[in-house]
Write a protein that binds this ligand. Structure first.
Ligand code: SF4
Length: 416
């Protein structure tokens, strides 16, 4: 059997849910190829141009388009998806015809890797998953032990494994200590989730200040002080005086929702699963079925009603929001993504706030509360739209304009 792309099998640090994940192929309710531009790397494109298999040959001729002026080695060509269904033309009865008629080594880098993200952190390999895959979302969001870490073998294409370098003048060893503390903070059982995020914001603000002033040597003291702050328990009393700002939560996150093309009347193509989720959320936010519009007062009222019902709904998926946050943090090497730890924190809470709004809207969209399937689909649809939408790169500026540049204001956005 001819091998196109070589792989290596290596030991790696994984959350348990990554180890448990298996692609469910034809059983998948919202396959990864549907509705997205599937990119093809140069080596795979050239190999596809040579294939003789009649069925694959006709798809290659009809459905592969070279990127011409914008081509890069990784984004050299695209697969044109079916204009009506949004499905990949290489898929038959839910199975990939490249895998069936050639072998897995002929998959493009995008198709081979998805939903996995692999990296080398100081010689330690790690892997996380994108929750835009519904099966990955189920595994990550529903099991209590999904974010216990384990060492297992992974198979990767080495050219697609990211390598982490030191940032902000912080050594890799210290970066590792910082991110482990951040992950532990979000797992602190004595605090509820919004309180954990509030402490994380305080930590990121202090860390950013040290980095800005070139005081990297003081970071170990900051880590120790943060641990003491949590162990003493006084932080709970301090945070209890913070008041929730439901109006801002509803208006800011609803504008992110519609700005990302989530709204039911958006022209962005959606799969049937995505269509159902988006319609339910628009209804739950009080949007007019024809125009998709709702006044701020309607949105605030709908959000607050849904928010009151959310704890009851989450009894069937009690770890959903916490695991969603942990996945973002682990996958994005929090807090080292973006210009500063505080910016990484703002990005994280904008994702948390938007998903919470979507879940609250689900709780206000019908007579019964959403079940486990709907809750997980809401999270996976969030990922489908949000993770790959470049407009969200500007989200921090929008949040800063709403006052989130200051930590005191952030508490009002977090608290429920
Ligand atoms: S979305 Fe996930 S489960 Fe579905 S086909 Fe893709 S990798 Fe497999």
């Amino acid at each position: 059997m001819k091998i196109l792309h070589q792989t290596r099998t290596l030991p790696a640090l994984l959350p348990r849910y990554v180890e448990r994940f298996r692609c469910i192929g034809a059983e998948c309710e919202d396959t990864c190829c549907r509705g997205w531009a599937v990119t093809i790397d140069k080596k795979t494109f050239k190999a596809y141009r040579e294939v003789k298999h009649p069925e694959l040959r006709s798809n290659v001729v009809k459905s592969l388009s070279h990127q011409h002026s914008q081509a890069t080695p990784d984004n050299y060509a695209r697969i044109k998806l079916d204009s009506e269904s949004g499905a990949c033309p290489f898929t038959q009865q839910g199975l990939c015809s490249v895998q069936k008629n050639l072998n897995e080594s002929y998959l493009s880098h995008t198709c081979f890797s998805f939903p996995r993200h692999s990296r080398n952190f100081g010689g330690q390999y790690e892997q996380a998953l994108s929750l835009s895959c519904p099966e990955a979302a189920r595994q990550a969001l529903l099991s209590r032990d999904a974010f216990d870490f384990t060492e297992e073998l992974i198979t990767v294409r080495m050219e697609k494994v990211g390598k982490v370098g030191s940032v902000h003048g912080v050594s890799l060893e210290l970066m590792n200590e910082i991110r482990i503390l951040c992950l532990k903070l979000v797992k602190t059982e004595d605090l509820v989730l919004w309180e954990r995020l509030a402490v994380l914001g305080l930590f990121c603000e202090c860390l950013t200040e040290l980095l800005t002033k070139g005081k990297q040597a003081e970071i170990p003291s900051l880590l120790a002080n943060t641990v003491t702050l949590i162990e003493q328990g006084d932080i709970k009393t301090t945070l209890s005086s913070m008041q929730p700002d439901y109006r801002s939560q509803a208006v800011v996150f609803a504008s992110l929702w519609s700005g990302a093309g989530f709204a039911a009347n958006s022209a962005i193509q959606k799969s049937p699963v995505q269509e159902a989720i988006v319609k339910a959320i628009s209804r739950g936010l009080g949007a007019d079925p024809e125009t998709g519009h709702a006044s701020h007062d309607q949105i605030v009222e709908a959000y607050m009603t849904g928010l009151k019902r959310l704890p009851e709904a989450l009894k069937v998926a009690p770890f959903l929001l916490e695991h969603f946050v942990l996945n973002e943090m682990f996958r994005d090497l929090f807090p080292f993504k973006g210009n500063s730890p505080y910016e990484a924190f703002l990005q994280l809470i904008s994702q948390f706030g938007l998903l919470r709004l979507m879940l609250a809207a689900q709780c206000n969209s019908g007579d019964t509360l959403p079940d486990e399937t709907v809750l997980v689909h809401t999270a996976h649809v969030f990922y489908r739209r949000f993770q790959h939408d470049l407009r969200f790169a500007q989200v921090n500026q929008a949040l800063k304009n709403s006052g989130l540049g200051k930590l005191e204001k952030v508490y009002g956005f977090l608290r429920t």
